[in-house]
Design a binder for this molecule. Structure first.
Ligand SMILES: C[S@@+](CC[C@H](N)C(=O)[O-])C[C@H]1O[C@@H](n2cnc3c(N)ncnc32)[C@H](O)[C@@H]1O
Length: 242
């Protein structure tokens, strides 16, 4: 079984509670640090994922672990009837709601507090689902994936983006220096949470990636599961259907 990495290594509390607290803590600086530490490339990753779900012209889109809503707002290029962003962190969604308001799209994008591992939506509710850098933070990965399959309509599409480790040894070494040393240092400098940007590389290092993750998704019941390394493998895009 994979090692469980939690934000604060607090054995008296579950991962979910710690994850919620951590994202509430870093919410104010999340977008700034996200774009800074990825050199703005995260924007292009979300665009690629949205292009994939756009292939079925979805009317109802669910963005799981929506955070500050960047994925949910990106999905608006598909002109859906409704985008629902779901997250356990109210602190993160506060900024998502502000962005939606500034863009005058509050009537299309809604933000709902909820747990991806136990969603309150009925079966077959959504045409498409996106998850950006969220699955790694789930307390029970398989429960979250099963819920995704349940609320997705037959024929619906899912796009998951997750941070990963570059397959090439030299690139992985150079990237590792950046990810394990520079990212935590910059994160500590700008965010109020000293652990958050150390938890990031720690959690990526134990998360199943590439074909290992594909196998889990197929066992859950997804079809046509594929993955694509992005930016030399620093990020991975997983695509699949129900
Ligand atoms: C790294 S942020 C990603 C935000 C956004 N998707 C993006 O692309 O930038 C991860 C988010 O996952 C949320 N999260 C973690 N576990 C969750 C769960 N069980 N249910 C819902 N949201 C969860 C966190 O609260 C956090 O906002």
């Amino acid at each position: 079984m994979a090692k469980i990495v939690t934000p604060y290594n607090d054995e008296t509390r579950g991962k979910k509670e710690q994850v919620e607290e951590m994202f509430d803590n870093i919410a104010r600086r999340y977008d700034f640090l996200n774009h800074l530490l990825s050199l703005g490339i995260d924007i292009s990753w979300r665009k690629k994922a949205v292009k994939y779900i756009g292939g079925i012209n979805p009317r109802k889109v669910l963005d799981i672990a929506t955070g500050t809503g960047d994925f949910a707002l990106e999905a608006l290029v598909l002109k859906p009837d409704k985008v629902t962003g779901l997250d356990i962190s109210e602190g993160m969604m506060k900024y998502g709601r502000e962005k939606a308001k500034a863009m005058h799209v509050e009537n299309v994008v809604e933000f709902v507090k909820g747990d991806s591992e136990k969603m309150e939506f009925t079966d077959n509710s959504f045409d498409a689902i996106t998850v950006g850098f969220g699955v790694r933070n789930f307390e029970n990965l398989e429960a979250g994936l099963r819920e995704m399959l349940r609320v997705l309509k037959p024929g619906g599409r899912v796009a998951i983006l997750e941070a990963s480790q570059p397959p090439n040894t030299i690139i992985r070494f150079v990237f590792g220096l950046y990810f394990n040393y520079i990212v935590p240092a910059v994160g500590r400098l700008f965010s109020k949470d000293v652990r958050a940007y150390t938890y990031l590389p720690e959690s990526v290092s134990v998360f199943p990636s590439g074909f290992e993750f594909i196998k889990i998704l197929e066992n859950i019941g997804f079809r046509n599961v594929e993955w694509k390394p992005l930016t030399l493998g620093a990020c991975a895009l997983y695509t699949m259907e129900k």
